[in-house]
Write a protein that binds this ligand. Structure first.
Ligand SMILES: *Cc1c(COP(=O)(O)O)cnc(C)c1O
Length: 399
């Protein structure tokens, strides 16, 4: 029927256009988009500021390569470093390219310091860092790896949220005399892992442990970044500063992009010719990302995201704790997870939402993920809550 490869379990549904937080089929059926292209459509569909920025750029210049200076890239780097407190930015085209470049930068920084054997990257069990061969090694879940081995060496894992075990691993590594751990890479809220936040104060303790043992802290903000947590960077809440930040998904509101931010110390290792990307940082992607950040930085926008996402979370909590509630809510901002009891497969709940014309995304640990555009308004939030309550009643009747 289709010549497209079968590596996705696709739903038989196609959209013709978008309208804010809504997707519309060719027949005019409207769906409230709480998937946002998996955390990509930060400002929903057809946001006027984004459309005009991309249109203007499309008429001027699409691509020149990194053989030349790209002013739009310099502008985005300036904004991202100002907002993050890091010093330098590198641009690529996707999340896996960003996490992979982050790992390369961490290893190179150790090489640059003269610590040549220090190349291991520790990441969390249950994490998701992308699908390249190396990022599969950073992602310990067997379902992603099956048949793709052998995995590259130089990756190891620690139990989710377990600072004691992580510290033991770092201490043991240091005791060997010739430390091998270059960096610890974490998502502050695991996205694919089921909207699962790290325990409170974990990031602060991780920062302290990395400093104590001389390794680098990589924040994978590919999913939770760009305002989704309620802050432009999710690490803002903890008050710490990572050494390296990987970004992608929502950064250009739907245009493919990846970015890595780094401290001066890390960036010093990335000398001319050390890494690159043909498309990375092209003017179209840069114009889109600059436009997204202009909106996020506009007056009151992020405060509005915090207020509206708090309303969504409170409403979900109310449903989950009332009789007939069948899930626990977790997550931050507009990355919310409804963790269901095994009797209610997340896939079935996602389908139930879809039957009510709301799009959601399943995740591991039997979780239904809600990742709407950051522009989701109060009426739309009420709609999500009403439908959620209806689905609970329907599930109750079915059992
Ligand atoms: C999606 C995701 C990636 C991979 O991004 P791609 O653009 O699909 O390569 C990496 N890290 C996290 C946390 C993600 O959610």
């Amino acid at each position: 029927m289709t010549a497209v490869m079968g590596n996705y379990g696709r739903i038989d549904l196609a959209f013709d256009h978008g309208d804010g937080a809504w997707l519309v089929t060719a027949d005019g059926e409207r769906y409230l988009d709480c998937a946002a292209g998996i955390a990509v459509n930060t400002l929903g569909h057809g946001h006027p500021h984004l459309v005009s920025a991309l249109k203007n750029q499309a008429e001027k210049l699409w691509h020149v390569s990194n053989l030349y200076r790209i002013p739009e890239q310099e502008q985005l780097a300036q904004t991202l470093t100002r907002l993050s407190g890091l010093n330098k930015a590198f641009f690529c085209n996707s999340g896996a390219e960003a996490t992979e470049a982050a790992v390369k930068m961490a290893r190179r920084a150790m090489h640059h310091r003269g610590e040549h054997g220090r190349h291991t990257i520790l990441s969390s069990q249950g994490a998701f860092h992308g699908r390249t061969i190396a990022m599969l090694a950073a992602t310990d879940r067997p379902v992603f790896r099956e048949g793709f081995g052998p995995m590259p060496t130089g990756f190891d894992h620690f139990p989710f949220g377990n600072m004691n075990v992580l510290r033991d691993q770092l201490a043991q590594d240091a005791k060997d005399g010739d430390p091998g751990i270059a960096a610890v890479m974490v998502e502050s809220v695991q996205g694919e892992g089921g909207a699962k936040p790290l325990p409170e104060h974990f990031m602060e303790e991780l920062r302290a442990a990395c400093d104590e043992f001389g390794c680098l802290l990589i924040a994978d903000e590919v999913q939770i970044g760009v305002g989704r947590s309620g802050h432009i960077f999710s690490f803002e809440q903890s008050g710490i500063k990572p050494d390296i930040v990987a970004m992608a998904k929502g950064l250009a509101g739907g245009f493919p992009i990846g970015a890595v931010l780094a401290t001066d110390e890390v960036a010093a290792g990335m000398t001319a010719g050390s890494h690159g990307s043909t498309f990375g940082g092209n003017p179209l992607a840069m114009a889109s990302a600059n436009a997204v950040l202009e909106v996020l930085e506009s007056d009151g926008f992020m405060a509005g995201v915090r207020a509206r996402s708090a309303r969504l979370a409170a409403g979900l909590d109310e449903i989950s704790t009332s009789p007939g509630g069948k899930f626990c809510r977790r997550g931050h901002g507009f990355l919310q997870g409804l963790v269901f009891h095994d009797d209610y497969p997340a896939m079935d709940v996602v389908k139930a939402y879809r039957d009510h014309h709301i799009l959601t995304v399943p995740a591991s640990e039997n979780t239904v993920r809600l990742l709407p555009p950051l522009t989701l308004n109060d009426d739309e939030i009420s709609r999500v809550l009403d439908v959620t309550a209806t689905i609970m009643t329907d599930l109750e009747k079915a059992t």
